[in-house]
Design a protein around this ligand. Structure first.
Ligand SMILES: *[C@@H]1O[C@H](CO)[C@@H](O)[C@H](O)[C@H]1NC(C)=O
Ligand SMILES: *[C@@H]1O[C@H](CO)[C@@H](O)[C@H](O)[C@H]1NC(C)=O
Ligand SMILES: *[C@@H]1O[C@H](CO)[C@@H](O)[C@H](O)[C@H]1NC(C)=O
Ligand SMILES: *[C@@H]1O[C@H](CO)[C@@H](O)[C@H](O)[C@H]1NC(C)=O
Ligand SMILES: *[C@@H]1O[C@H](CO)[C@@H](O)[C@H](O)[C@H]1NC(C)=O
Ligand SMILES: *[C@@H]1O[C@H](CO)[C@@H](O)[C@H](O)[C@H]1NC(C)=O
Ligand SMILES: *[C@@H]1O[C@H](CO)[C@@H](O)[C@H](O)[C@H]1NC(C)=O
Ligand SMILES: *[C@@H]1O[C@H](CO)[C@@H](O)[C@H](O)[C@H]1NC(C)=O
Ligand SMILES: *[C@@H]1O[C@H](CO)[C@@H](O)[C@H](O)[C@H]1NC(C)=O
Ligand SMILES: CC(=O)N[C@H]1CO[C@H](CO)[C@@H](O)[C@@H]1O
Length: 626
């Protein structure tokens, strides 16, 4: 068996393009050939001697890069005879019939692999080439290409491009940047932080703005990059002409690939991928709503739901989602035997350790599925509950300790869901006032984390979160266990910055007015001692500008996402000084543009913008077109 495999690999090397260097063929396991895609069968089926006519191929979804290390980075593209993918849910042994969607029939199996070359250079003209290579892709991996560019210098900007072998059919030019070496002194690094981009709910303007400003080094995405929803959950998608395909709730491999492909047509998303290296993790909607280890809100892991959901089990559905995610996202598989693992970490010089958690799909205990809220509330303080599972928890606490030991100035923790305890009885009612689908439903996991930080004296912790479609800025505290002074911040052990959605609607009403949103914000802010600022109205993102002395957080609101535009309003700014482990007082400088600030003011400036299609105007009365 082993000999056979080796001889196949040897014969592949004769033609000089590589299958295995396209990392998507190696997932989920390169150590156990029979568990991943059988490269042996793919090689046998694909006839490299009759390659595609380069003129019939297209770089359908631009380029992307991600998971930067000091000397290497992941590069991504897709090059295909069609923008659609095959009905590849039938793939069992590498046999993939090609489905012609225009004519709704199977056509002969694709025999020709696509050969792609790539080049990485220090200049835009690609004259100073530092790495290059030649790989195959095929329908087996949805014609995606994922390679690791190597031999790079730390904290350096690079340009890269793909082309169809032996032709000048080229991809767009991409730009990317490695991270500094862990022991490099670095004066400043800037990140844009995102979550929750729901395609039918609006244009992804928030992704485009840091590109237009060229304001950050890296993009961090905390999940809900896609939504699995079908008809009935498209917001105003019909009026915007943004219907995500396939036009149904997605379950098969075909579906997840197609949904990712639809999202990647948004021009601002494409621009962000083309210009910045991404460090993403998934939340629930990359699989399905309120996903946990064994199910989702729409799907119990029982025989009944397999039948109701079109004959697919939850495990199979999750596998489809995970495979498509790895194919389409420019990320590393850090453990080749475990493709469910995306929790991983990045060192950014001596300044930052970025710890990216998977609080969702890896090993989360049962969550709030709407029909069981009372029950989850009841068990939310059980010691055995975990958002991550024991393996990841253990790794997480070790990472925090190692980061402090190596003397990294800041620890950034990328969590999907909100860490702070937030009483939202204004929305959920008095019976179950907390969000049991967030850390509040897993108190013991929260306690173990806080205990680790407090008892080991680990400071300068910045939690990042998404998921909620609103903005929440809090001191990081252990309520009822450690003293905390809300007015000075004394007793806190860091800060939490939880950001709003790129487009997903406000949780207090999709069409909420600014006045009503701010009214709710002041109720929620008032009910939570550690919550210093809250905003419900704006869709958007935030940037972190990090130096050894301080972390600056700038929150941006998008006045409208019903058209593609570059308009944004800086709605609030926060500073955290090194060693203080709390938001600097007066919080937010005492004034914000929107939402509710503890002990501060909200001062609305009535902004206007001429979009070339009517003047948009945001005021206390909400958004109007003049
Ligand atoms: C190639 O892909 C781009 C982006 O999806 C599309 O606009 C263009 O029409 C495609 N060209 C061909 C020849 O298919
Ligand atoms: C919300 O606004 C959108 C866009 O203006 C509109 O299509 C939709 O009907 C509104 N929804 C509700 C519930 O009012
Ligand atoms: C899952 O099971 C619960 C409890 O039996 C039930 O209330 C709920 O409707 C089920 N969900 C689905 C999608 O079948
Ligand atoms: C967690 O800490 C809280 C205090 O913040 C305490 O009330 C609760 O009992 C603790 N739960 C567990 C399981 O340790
Ligand atoms: C603010 O909320 C309170 C409590 O729900 C309500 O009584 C009041 O009418 C609201 N005011 C506005 C302007 O929405
Ligand atoms: C939650 O906040 C509301 C409104 O301030 C308050 O009435 C309620 O007692 C709080 N509930 C808890 C459990 O703290
Ligand atoms: C936040 O900072 C930006 C950039 O420094 C500034 O333009 C804006 O006015 C500030 N906004 C607030 C609400 O303080
Ligand atoms: C301008 O706005 C109108 C009405 O909202 C819309 O129908 C039209 O498509 C818009 N045109 C452009 C170029 O955005
Ligand atoms: C802002 O617009 C509102 C109308 O929506 C108006 O009442 C208010 O006076 C304006 N404020 C300023 C400072 O122009
Ligand atoms: C589970 C599932 O969706 N299976 C589909 C896979 O693709 C074939 C061919 O289109 C369909 O017939 C199956 O229903």
């Amino acid at each position: 068996m082993k000999l056979q495999l080796l001889s196949v690999l040897a014969s592949v090397s004769i033609v000089s393009a590589s299958w295995t260097k396209n990392l998507n063929y190696r997932s989920p396991s390169e150590h156990h050939p029979s568990l991943g895609i059988s490269i042996r069968k793919v090689v046998k089926r694909n006839d490299v001697k009759s390659p595609w006519d380069p003129a019939k191929l297209n770089f359908t979804h631009g380029v992307a890069s991600g998971d930067p290390y000091p000397s290497s980075i992941i590069l991504w593209t897709r090059v295909s005879p069609q923008s659609d993918n095959d009905k590849s849910n039938v793939t069992v042994s590498g046999y993939v019939p090609l489905f012609d969607h225009d004519n709704e029939k199977y056509v002969s199996m694709s025999k020709a692999p696509v050969c792609v070359e790539y080049k990485v250079a220090s200049d835009k003209e690609l004259s100073d080439v530092v790495d290059s290579g030649k790989v195959y892709t095929s329908s087996d991996v949805d014609y995606t290409v994922k390679v690791e560019a190597k031999n790079l210098k730390a904290y350096t900007t690079y340009y890269y491009q793909f082309n169809v072998c032996n032709s000048d059919n080229k991809s767009p030019l991409g730009r990317t940047k490695t991270t500094p070496n862990a022991d490099d002194d670095l004066t400043k690094v800037s990140l844009a932080i995102y979550s929750c981009s729901n395609y039918p709910f609006g244009f992804f303007n928030a992704y485009g703005n840091p590109v237009r400003k060229d304001s950050v080094d890296y993009v961090v995405h905390l999940g809900d990059y896609i939504y699995e929803y079908g008809e009935g959950d498209y917001g105003w998608g019909y009026s915007l002409g943004r219907i995500p395909l396939p036009d149904k709730e997605i379950t098969t491999l075909y579906d997840y690939r197609k949904r990712l492909a639809t999202y990647r047509t948004d021009l601002d998303l494409v621009a962000s991928h083309q210009n910045f290296p991404w460090i993403p993790v998934w939340d629930d909607h990359e699989v399905a709503d309120n996903a946990y280890r064994d199910g989702t809100s729409h799907m119990n892991n029982t025989e009944e739901t397999f039948i109701e959901d079109g004959g697919i089990s939850f495990d199979q559905r999750k596998m489809n989602a995970v495979r498509a995610y790895f194919e389409w996202m420019p990320i590393r598989q850090v453990e080749m035997d475990d493709n469910l693992r995306i929790w991983r970490s990045f060192s950014i010089g001596k300044l930052v350790d970025l710890i990216m958690l998977d609080t969702r799909n890896y090993d989360r205990s049962v969550t709030d599925l709407y029909w069981n809220t009372d029950y989850i509330h009841e068990i939310s303080n059980d010691a055995s509950r975990s958002l991550m599972g024991p393996r990841q928890e253990h790794w997480f606490y070790d990472e925090l300790s190692e980061s402090a030991e190596r003397g990294a100035a800041w620890r950034l923790i990328g969590s999907q869901v909100i860490f702070s305890r937030i009483n939202q009885s204004a929305a959920y009612g008095e019976d179950n006032p907390l969000n049991y689908d967030a850390w509040d439903g897993y108190q013991s996991n929260k306690n173990r984390t806080l205990n680790h930080l407090y008892s080991n004296n680990i400071g300068n912790n910045i939690f990042l979160a998404g998921d909620s479609h609103a903005s929440w800025v809090s001191d990081l505290v252990w309520l009822d266990a450690k003293p905390y002074d809300s007015s000075t911040g004394a007793g806190s052990i860091g800060v939490e910055f939880a950001g709003t959605a790129v487009t997903s609607p406000c949780p207090y009403g999709a069409n909420i007015s600014l006045a009503t949103a701010n009214n709710y914000s002041s109720i929620i802010q008032g009910a939570n001692t550690e919550l210093q600022w809250q905003d419900l109205y704006y869709r958007g993102y935030y940037e972190l500008h990090i130096s050894g002395e301080e972390v600056l957080a700038n929150f941006f609101g998008m006045p409208t996402v019903v058209s593609r535009n570059g308009w944004e309003i800086p709605i609030a700014n926060f500073t955290v000084k090194s060693g203080e482990n709390r938001l600097q007082r007066p919080v937010g400088g005492g004034v914000v543009e929107s939402g509710s600030l503890k002990g501060g003011k909200t001062v609305q400036t009535n902004a206007t913008l001429d979009t070339g299609n009517g003047t948009w105007f945001v005021s206390q009365a909400g958004l109007e077109v003049l």
